[in-house]
Design a protein around this ligand. Structure first.
Ligand code: V0D
Length: 259
């Protein structure tokens, strides 16, 4: 039997949550095609609670799980997460070791759901410098989701934007020398040599944790992106924060350099 929508009198009795209101303010037709996120503030989140930094990273994985599920259910096309920079190798050895266990931890529990939700995993960065188990976990994630055509989930891991650009320049040089590249080098050709080849540029870049920096993340790709910063630490970031960022994004007027 069909169920009627509650009438106005009944609707008044049902209280809307903040999240419902934020959700209602989003236009599903005008979602950003690509959202990139700098997941910062895990260490400070832990410190403020008298916990080891690893506890912040562990809670950060929980946030990641929720945000990935939510973004995919909203219909975001590409989600790019900054997980580990080329500079992060300078962190204390025990912390690097802990971080390098997280790709496995995340994928072990999430891979079946990613596949079910048609999410394709991709790596931005050089997998060869990763410790064996981390590299194998990531490669397995990429292989087992290769057929997925829903949201593309990029993990920037051992990633640095300047290194990415230098790598592109070197490969272009090689391809010119070996005859694989014969056309003129324009923006489109150049972009096809970046790790993000084939994906649209980010429409929206989010950084949590209260710093106002880009930290060598996607420098070429964010030329026209809207930037959204929050003081909320990554482990405290919830779906309503993502909704807030999406709503703010939709209320901004994008000009791409034009008037
Ligand atoms: C710690 C918060 C998932 C930010 C999230 C090695 C920092 C949790 C991955 C992951 C990290 C990477 C690749 C992949 C699947 C998952 C991850 C690192 C850190 C750095 F294919 N979380 N996560 N990788 N953190």
């Amino acid at each position: 039997m069909p169920v009627d929508r509650p009438g106005p009198a009944l609707m008044e009795l049902i209280e809307m949550t903040t999240e419902d209101k934020l959700f209602e303010a989003i236009d599903a037709e005008r979602l950003p095609a690509h959202v990139a996120i700098i997941m910062d503030g895990n260490g400070r989140w832990a410190k403020e609670r008298g916990l080891p930094r690893s506890a912040g990273h562990r809670q950060g994985v929980e946030t990641l799980r929720e945000v990935v599920r939510y973004a995919s259910s909203l219909g975001i096309g590409v989600l790019t997460m900054f997980a580990f920079s080329t500079e992060n190798w300078r962190r204390p050895p025990w912390e690097v070791k802990y971080l390098m266990g997280l790709p496995q931890e995340y994928l072990y529990s999430e891979l079946p759901e990613l596949i079910k939700n048609n999410v394709r995993v991709n790596l931005l960065g050089d997998p060869r410098r990763l410790p064996g188990p981390a590299r194998q976990a990531v490669e397995k994630g990429i292989e087992e989701t290769a057929h997925c055509s829903g949201m593309l989930l990029n993990f920037a891991l051992n990633y640095g934007s300047r290194q990415e650009i230098i790598r592109a320049v070197r490969t272009i040089g090689e391809d010119l020398a070996n005859g694989k590249l014969t056309s003129a080098i324009d923006e489109e050709v150049f972009a096809s040599y970046l790790y993000t080849a084939g994906a649209p540029d980010p429409d929206l870049l989010i950084r949590t944790g209260g710093e106002y920096r880009l930290s060598n993340f996607l420098l070429w790709q964010i030329a026209y992106s809207e930037l959204w910063f929050t003081k909320t630490y990554w482990p405290d970031f919830k779906c309503r924060h993502l909704l807030q960022a999406l709503g703010d994004y939709q209320r901004r007027e994008r000009r791409f350099g034009q008037v």
